[in-house]
Design a protein around this ligand. Structure first.
Ligand code: CP
Length: 304
């Protein structure tokens, strides 16, 4: 695998292999401590991040490698007008692999066309976030014990939430997956996901604005933040930002083994009184992100 731009760059077999390696890393961390001695990852973040950037860096450090990069466009020469392609050509001379986040959809794909080292898309606009999807799949596998036969509720900003788009695209490849799409009317899932992904593949789904309507049917409830940075109009954001606030009361009819996920950062969409509920998996999910990124770095650098 040369680059990871879209979750569809990975076959289901490759995803399953990454998950198995990540689970082995969790069990036998010491075995992997020197796998990337002498290797460097560059993290080029043109947009803010906590989890993705730091988990990539922690992943490489735990593999024995080292890290370089920048955490905001303003501290790179893109602020002087340098193109993404030029930045990538240069950074390829300083590193063995690059993880890149950019607000423009397609920027990591453009970068990959010029890069001499593997590029990982660490999130591009409202489009795709494949390593979050790998994190989510590892979380589901570890917490539910399976990736098939699941009813998944996706709640919040389904229009701009790139993690949701990637997760749907990945999960439809497993048998008997159903979706409950919970969003305000203004933030419903894009038509192309409904037509080209769900309906084309005959995936069962329903849409609702009410988080409690199907909560008793869900195996997974995946909450998302309203994506302030993708709104054109501040008034719309203010009106919609607190549309869903998951709390203990709303969970009263949920299954005992529901898995509550959130890619984080959270704003108000999950009340902190849920954090101590045994079904809350979102902080574990952030930790799983480091292990799956370790597995991905090993795969992309061809380390056995
Ligand atoms: N989940 C996620 O992408 O978080 P960050 O924006 O903090 O990287």
């Amino acid at each position: 695998m040369k680059h990871l731009i879209d979750i569809q760059n990975l076959t289901i077999e490759e995803i399953d292999e990454l998950i198995e390696v990540a689970r082995d890393i969790i069990k036998h961390k010491e075995k992997y401590a020197h796998k990337c001695d002498g290797k460097k990852i560059a993290t080029l973040f043109f947009e803010p991040s906590t989890r993705t950037r730091l988990s990539f860096e922690a992943a490489m450090l735990e593999l024995g490698g080292s890290v370089l990069g920048f955490s905001e466009a303003a501290s790179s020469s893109s602020a002087k007008g340098e193109s993404v392609s030029d930045t990538i050509r240069v950074v390829g001379a300083y590193s063995d692999i690059i993880a890149m986040r950019h607000p423009k959809e397609g920027a990591p794909l453009v970068a990959s066309l010029k890069s001499i080292v593997p590029i990982i898309n660490a999130g591009d606009g409202g489009h795709n976030h494949p390593t979050q999807t790998l994190t989510d799949l590892l979380t589901i596998k570890c917490e539910k014990g399976r990736l098939d036969n699941l009813t998944i509720g996706l709640c919040g900003d389904l229009m701009f939430g790139r993690t949701v788009h990637s997760l749907i695209t990945a999960m439809i490849r497993y048998p008997n997956i159903k979706f409950v799409l919970i969003s305000p009317k203004e933030l419903m899932i894009p038509e192309y996901i409904k037509k080209d992904v769900l309906e084309k593949n005959k995936i069962e789904y329903c849409e609702t604005t009410d988080i409690e309507e199907y909560i008793d049917k869900l195996d997974i409830l995946y909450m998302t933040r309203v994506q302030k940075e993708r709104f054109f109009n501040e008034d719309d954001y203010v009106r919609l930002k607190d549309y869903y606030i998951l709390n203990k009361e709303k969970l009263k009819n949920a299954k005992e083994d529901l898995c509550i996920m959130h890619p984080l950062p959270r704003v108000n969409e999950i009340s902190t009184d849920v954090d101590d509920d045994k079904r809350a998996c979102y902080f574990k999910q952030a930790e799983y992100g480091k292990y799956i990124r370790m597995a991905l770095i090993l795969k992309m650098l061809g380390v056995k």
